[in-house]
Design a protein. Structure first.
Length: 364
């Protein structure tokens, strides 16, 4: 394919470098047998994976002037088939959901990978390729990685594997080295804000707020636009931080126990909360330096300013480092309860008065 290519119907937003790379690969007929899309949670990895699968499975056609090749993946029905697992040639493999327990498994099982091996050598039925999206591939077991490696070493001609993961460090190097990397970065706040204004019935004030707390993650922004509870949870979490700072050590240890229990069920949620803690302390530091317009939690400015005035700048810096170390220790499989208990003991006590009287400047 040596003519210019136009791709219609992309759902991916803000990752122009990745789309340009895919576009050029298709034009030059240099597509890979395996891709690894990496980036933080809610950045758009799965969305790009589905777009990429749709592109690779499509048959280009010419425009009316025969000057341009076009790939149209705009069919919402086609995308629904992929996401619902009803497409013959494009399959998404994720952690198994048990209808018996009404919960997802903690891993992608070896049986799921064996099913791929069983199917992948069959010819595509509808399109150009058989494509398997391994979403959150870091959840594969060791035996799953070994089986996946056999496919990557001897890939079928008509098949493509697309893996997603938070980072290359989360997968074995033997897997990473056999994939074409696509790295997704954080999206500019203003771009997310404009996206919200174009696609949702939300005013400028709320769209600015959502884009700010999204911190470059388009997936979170879309979820927050569709689910008010995410915004309500955000406000409650910030209030909880203030309550912890004014609480006894017993209540802080209760919080550590709750976080430890949550970590066993949902590690990502704990990492999100620690990230919010870091933003909170970063805001304390910024207000300490008089830079009001740069804080993340602007709706809580008065409360954060009050706390900031009670704590020495050196202590704020020390606590920030403690939160970073705690996150690192968790990632190294340290004891969640012990790590958070030590962290709670490092936090200063701040008399917040009656917590129920503490209010944000605006509630969306």
């Amino acid at each position: 394919m040596n003519k210019e290519l136009k791709i219609l119907g992309l759902n991916t937003f803000g990752h122009n470098k990745a789309i340009d790379f895919i576009n050029k690969s298709v034009i030059m007929s240099k597509t890979s047998h395996a891709y690894l899309i990496i980036g933080p949670e809610n950045i758009g990895k799965k969305t790009l994976a589905v777009d990429l699968a749709s592109i690779l499975n499509a048959r280009p056609h010419k425009d009316m002037f025969d000057n341009q090749n076009i790939i149209d993946i705009s069919s919402s029905k086609e995308r629904s088939r992929i996401l619902n697992g009803n497409h013959c040639d494009i399959k998404i493999i994720d952690k198994e959901f048990s209808h018996q327990t009404n919960k997802s498994s903690s891993v992608i099982s070896i049986d799921q990978i064996r099913q791929i091996i069983k199917d992948i050598y069959l010819k595509p039925f509808e399109g150009e390729k058989k494509i398997y999206i391994i979403n959150q591939a870091q959840n594969m077991t060791e035996s799953g990685y070994n089986s996946m490696l056999k496919i990557l070493e001897e890939p079928p001609q008509d098949a493509v594997l697309i893996l997603t993961a938070p980072s290359i460090k989360s997968l074995p190097t033997t897997i990473v080295s056999r994939c074409q990397l696509i790295n997704l970065n954080y999206i500019q706040k203003k771009d997310i804000e404009n996206f919200i204004l174009r696609n949702f019935d939300i005013d400028e004030s709320k769209s600015e707020f959502i884009s700010r707390i999204s911190k470059g993650k388009i997936g979170f922004a879309i979820n927050a636009c569709n689910d008010q509870t995410l915004i309500d949870d955000y406000f409650q979490t910030i209030l909880k931080f203030a309550e912890i700072l004014s609480s006894s050590i017993d209540k802080r240890f209760n919080y550590a126990r709750d976080i430890s229990n949550l970590y066993r069920k949902n590690k990502n949620q704990v990492y999100k909360e620690l990230s919010m803690w870091l933003d909170f302390w970063r805001d304390l530091l910024i207000l300490k330096n008089g830079l009001n317009e740069h804080i993340v939690n602007r709706e809580w400015r008065e409360m954060i300013l009050k706390i900031s005035n009670e704590i020495e700048i050196r202590k704020i810096l020390d606590v920030i480092q403690e939160f970073k170390k705690s996150t690192k220790y968790l990632q190294q499989n340290g004891s969640p309860q012990l790590i958070i208990e030590v962290l709670m003991m490092e936090l200063p006590f701040v008399n917040m008065g009656k917590i129920s009287d503490v209010k944000p400047s605006i509630i969306f």
